[in-house]
Write a protein that binds this ligand. Structure first.
Ligand SMILES: Cc1cc2nc3c(=O)[nH]c(=O)nc-3n(C[C@H](O)[C@H](O)[C@H](O)COP(=O)(O)OP(=O)(O)OC[C@H]3O[C@@H](n4cnc5c(N)ncnc54)[C@H](O)[C@@H]3O)c2cc1C
Ligand SMILES: NC(=O)c1ccc[n+]([C@@H]2O[C@H](COP(=O)([O-])OP(=O)(O)OC[C@H]3O[C@@H](n4cnc5c(N)ncnc54)[C@H](OP(=O)(O)O)[C@@H]3O)[C@@H](O)[C@H]2O)c1
Length: 458
């Protein structure tokens, strides 16, 4: 038997587990998928926007993979040091191989004055709140704000701008937690400025996501033709790569269009503005930007001219960043674990039995499907090493029992199903579909109850 631990149950972890149990080169592989949360699916549960039901439904595919024979889900197991943490070293003792698929859980910083002012948040914090992540900061995001600035023009920026622009009635059929739904329902935000430091041709969002902004009921997208046309490709985008060309074409269709109707929301797409400071004393009141100009090579240069945009809410959506796991090497520059085709490198040399896949392996870019090929590459490396790895005898003890001894209280599949059932019950009580439970205690109580119910697995 080849015993493998996969740390993280997001797309990369699940695809790794699936690839391991479905391959035929090494028979008898068992995989324990550990996650620090009691719930599986990583960012598919806690990142993908609630109003994107089709992508959310990918959870069904991930579920099927976690239910494959040979795969065991063990939630509520955090890998790291300190109390209730299982160290990478201990995992290496318990398993022939460990694959770290821990994602990129934190945000990149702007590194400008005022970033910490009340009213300034990372998109990560805002997304965690409306996704009911149990570590999310309690609400208050939209409280009292009339104007919001979203820094960055990637797909996450589009997600958070869209959630701000949607009315509560549109979000009611989703699994958004009740407190977030109520707060968004009371939101007075009318202007949402989404700001890129470069031009329309360099924006990172994808056309489908961009186009959706133009179809939100009660909201209008505004683009300043005079500003966007600083981009040399604006007048004739035909020479751009296809994705950028389509974006520019959509943006051109919105340029200098009519404003929003009375009481409606305005999504203002701005370009060539680099944030230099968040202004305010007790709370943020505006963002100061330097106007930039294209440098002819896809980059920009500062012009020494400045502009302030009023905002009581600032969401910094400038990318995610990996978090180091104590006991595992980390490239602080890239925010990833150094690796060669998935093999973890310690001082440049492959470390036997340690692997990575997903965002912690290649950085925080790529859609869900990208993680499938990424996981496959890692599994190919692992299987090539299997003979050597299996030569090492493992302790007799069952890994889940050993993890409990290390002070973790694993939530098994039965427990997770209990959480799902409790979320359905909660939704029914609120007259909605399933509604996510947003706190640790609620999640663990539902999991424990299900584990104690008759017929449950030990
Ligand atoms: C806000 C947002 C929205 C997105 N929307 C889409 C979309 O609509 N469509 C699309 O295709 N892609 C989308 N993506 C991209 C997609 O979510 C990622 O490509 C994918 O989730 C990365 O997978 P991963 O497994 O590497 O990381 P994650 O999905 O982040 O999974 C990592 C898992 O590891 C666990 N973990 C972390 N640290 C530890 C630890 N120390 N011990 C144990 N467990 C740990 C976490 O709890 C988590 O479950 C979105 C990304 C973001 C940020
Ligand atoms: N629906 C979907 O398919 C979906 C939804 C969400 C996320 N995702 C995926 O998840 C990944 C992460 O998305 P993301 O939006 O977090 O990251 P991203 O695509 O890398 O976009 C980051 C944005 O922040 C800007 N930025 C970075 N540093 C900045 C700074 N110091 N000042 C101002 N702007 C700065 C970038 O501009 P520059 O280009 O100038 O650096 C870019 O516009 C992407 O691959 C994305 O496609 C997909």
């Amino acid at each position: 038997m080849l015993r493998v631990a996969v740390v993280g149950s997001g797309p990369s972890g699940v695809y790794t587990a699936q690839a391991l149990v479905e391959q035929r080169a090494v028979p008898g592989v068992t995989v324990d998928v550990l996650d620090r949360l009691p719930c599986p699916y990583g960012l598919v549960r806690y990142g993908v926007a609630p109003d994107h039901e089709k992508i959310k439904s990918l959870q069904g595919n991930l579920r099927a993979a976690l239910e494959l024979p040979g795969v065991t889900f063990l939630g509520n197991v955090r890998v790291g040091d300190g109390p209730h943490g299982v160290s990478p070293r201990r995992l290496r003792e318990l398993y022939h191989a460990v694959v770290y698929c821990v994602g990129a859980a934190t945000d990149r910083r702007l590194g400008i004055p005022g970033e910490e002012l009340p009213g300034s948040f990372s998109a990560t914090e805002f997304v965690s709140w409306y996704s009911a992540h149990p570590d999310a900061a309690p609400g208050g995001f939209v409280l009292g704000a009339r104007s919001a600035v979203v820094v960055g023009v990637g797909n996450v920026a589009v997600d958070v701008a869209r959630i701000l622009a949607r009315g509560a009635e549109e979000l009611r059929p989703t699994d958004v937690p009740d407190a977030a739904l109520a707060a968004l329902g009371e939101s007075r935000v009318r202007d949402i400025h989404m700001v890129g430091r470069r031009g329309p041709a360099q924006a990172k969002f994808t056309t489908k996501e961009l186009r959706e902004l133009g179809s939100l009921p009660g909201a209008r997208v505004l683009v300043r033709g005079e500003e966007a046309s600083l981009d040399p490709a604006w007048a004739d985008p035909s020479g751009l790569p296809a994705a950028a060309r389509r974006n520019v074409e959509v943006l051109r269709g919105w340029a200098d269009g009519p404003g929003a109707e009375e009481g409606g929301r305005r999504i203002r797409l701005r370009f060539f503005l680099r944030p230099v400071a968040l202004l305010g004393e007790e709370a943020v009141r505006a963002v100061r930007f330097e106007r930039t100009a294209p440098d002819g090579r896809g980059g920009v240069v500062g012009t020494g001219r400045f502009e302030e945009i009023e905002a009581q809410l600032v969401l910094r959506s400038v990318g995610y960043r990996g978090v180091p796991i104590p006991g595992l090497p980390f490239d602080a520059e890239r925010g990833t674990v150094p690796n060669d085709r998935g093999r973890v490198l310690r001082d440049g040399v492959p470390s036997p039995g340690e692997y990575v896949a997903g965002w912690i392996k290649r950085g925080p870019t790529g859609v869900i499907g990208t993680n499938r090929s990424c996981a496959k590459e890692t599994v190919t490396s692992l299987l090539a090493d299997a003979g050597t790895l299996m030569a090492r005898p493992l302790p007799e003890e069952d890994a889940a029992t050993a993890l409990r001894a290390a002070d973790a209280e694993p939530v098994r599949w039965q427990g997770w199903q209990g959480i799902e059932a409790a979320e359905e019950t909660l939704g029914r009580r609120l007259g909605r579909g399933p509604v996510k439970i947003a706190d640790w205690e609620g999640l663990l109580t539902a999991a424990r109850r299900a584990s104690r119910s008759p017929g449950s697995m030990p």
